[in-house]
Design a protein around this ligand. Structure first.
Ligand SMILES: [Zn+2]
Length: 186
């Protein structure tokens, strides 16, 4: 069995951890996703894959993805969560057009996330192909492999913040399973 190399990028930095989750999450994206990355990595490794976690601290985005590309992963997933002034909730998964198979990876991971969080049609916000003017466009277009960005929930919305805590293991499993499904299916 081929040993797949998988890259995980933790969104944002310690100095600028960005979106803050409300109670009961009470965590910034960077901190939540640093922990999530370790769980995802554990699941992938226990399934026979290789995995490396990349932090963006003290690096530009371009430098981060230069490091990712040096590792030569089969896929890369950048971990985030959403925020919209408590006005929205749901799951979305973003991808770029730099690699023709990014959409397929997005769909595999997104479907697993929606399943694990039991998202109905309204809270399943779908996979989104980013255009050059969209925030996150560079994040999903700098890797030389299929590349996506996950936004499993809105951290500043109380019901989603609750899911973020209660379903943390499930979210991690969903991301790992989606990646493996993509790699084994293709
Ligand atoms: Zn973010």
């Amino acid at each position: 069995l081929e040993k797949f190399k998988i890259g995980l990028v933790v969104g944002h930095t310690k100095l600028l951890p960005v979106a803050h989750g409300c109670s009961p999450l009470n965590q910034y994206e960077y901190h939540y996703n640093s922990e999530l990355a370790k769980i995802v990595s554990g699941v992938l490794i226990s399934n026979g894959s290789e995995c490396r976690i990349f932090l963006r601290d003290l690096l530009t985005l371009r430098e981060t993805y230069y490091e990712v590309n040096k590792y030569q992963p089969k896929v890369v997933v950048e971990l985030h969560f959403n925020a919209a002034n408590e006005k929205a909730r749901g799951t979305e998964t973003l991808y770029g057009d730099q690699n023709p198979r990014s959409g397929e990876l997005a769909k595999c991971v997104h479907d697993q996330l929606c399943l694990s969080l039991m998202r109905d049609a309204k809270l399943n916000r779908g996979i989104k192909l980013l255009g050059e003017r969209d925030r996150g466009y560079s994040n999903v277009n700098l890797a030389k492999c299929p590349s996506i960005l996950t936004e499993p929930f809105f951290g500043d919305q109380k019901d989603d913040a609750k899911l973020a805590i209660e379903k943390k293991e499930d979210i991690a499993n969903a991301i790992a399973n989606g990646i493996l499904e993509f790699l084994l299916g293709g």
